[in-house]
Design a protein. Structure first.
Length: 253
């Protein structure tokens, strides 16, 4: 499976239910709102999805654009923007294809989304593009995690219970099965979405997602190679299910 198959992951049922599945996550919203304020406008969120974070920034009066490869996630985001009377430029594009020149003061990528560009060389070239898109004095903030608890407990071929959410008389339950390529630091996930209405199974969808993990020094070197010589790293578990999480603050001098 090529990592570009990931583009199909955040579509359909997952896009419709994403905000409900994530409703217990708020540390990342508070964190990125505070850091974007500190770092300055204009802001670009790469992998903005349904605008869970982007919309909170706009509510605080911060000018922020968003980019995402998933049409379905951006549709949800647009609906929420309209409902809240807010305005943001949304780019329907893969991050790898972005082409800005010194446009943003702050760029951020939340929720380990950068790790979904699971090919090292593409990830490196993408990081160079992100560097180019920042104004001098601007800052990239990106978080990563290492799926170490998953690696330790996984029996390949076994299904595990994941997140679930309820809405009126409907319920979505996620089950997943994982395997790993340790030499290339890749996690391969197969996810089954079971949608129930009044306890009756309405629909099942199967999707796949590849995630690459990075050692801290390895990621720092990628950032350095892309143009960020001096990176500050914070230990902070920003998403409840993301362990061994690091947040990288990368200034463009
Ligand atoms: C974990 S979700 C995070 C969404 C949002 N930032 C949040 O915290 O709610 C990852 C998002 O990144 C997007 N994404 C993944 N790979 C991408 C790529 N190569 N280019 C653009 N968007 C991408 C997905 O479509 C999805 O919306």
């Amino acid at each position: 499976m090529e990592y570009q198959e990931n583009y199909k992951y955040y579509t359909d049922i997952l896009a419709q239910w994403y905000d409900h599945l994530m409703q217990e996550e708020y540390k990342d919203i508070d964190f990125y709102v505070a850091e974007a304020k500190r770092s300055g406008e204009p802001v670009l969120e790469l992998g903005c999805g349904t605008g869970r974070i982007l919309i909170e920034l706009l509510k605080e009066g911060i000018q922020v654009d968003g980019m995402d490869v998933s049409h379905d996630m951006l549709d949800v985001c647009s609906e929420k923007l309209e409902k809240n009377g807010l305005d943001s430029k949304l780019f329907h594009q893969a991050i790898e294809d972005m082409d800005f020149d010194e446009e943003y003061q702050t760029i951020f990528i939340s929720g380990g989304s950068f790790q979904q560009i699971a090919d090292y060389s593409t990830a490196f070239h993408t990081m160079q593009k992100i560097y180019k898109a920042l104004k001098p004095g601007g800052q990239l903030i990106v978080d990563t995690y290492i799926p170490w608890p998953e690696i330790r407990r996984t029996n390949e071929g076994t299904w595990y219970l994941g997140r679930s959410a309820e809405l009126d008389d409907q319920k979505l339950v996620i089950n997943y099965s994982l395997s790993f390529d340790f030499m290339n630091q890749l996690q391969f996930g197969t996810y089954r979405y079971d949608l129930y209405k009044s306890d009756r199974l309405l629909e099942t969808q199967l999707t796949q997602l590849i995630v690459k993990w990075y050692g801290r020094e390895e990621f720092r070197r990628m950032l350095k190679g892309a143009g960020f010589p001096d990176v500050f790293i914070k230990n902070y578990q920003i998403i409840n299910s993301h362990h061994y999480s690091s947040i990288y603050f990368c200034k463009k001098f």
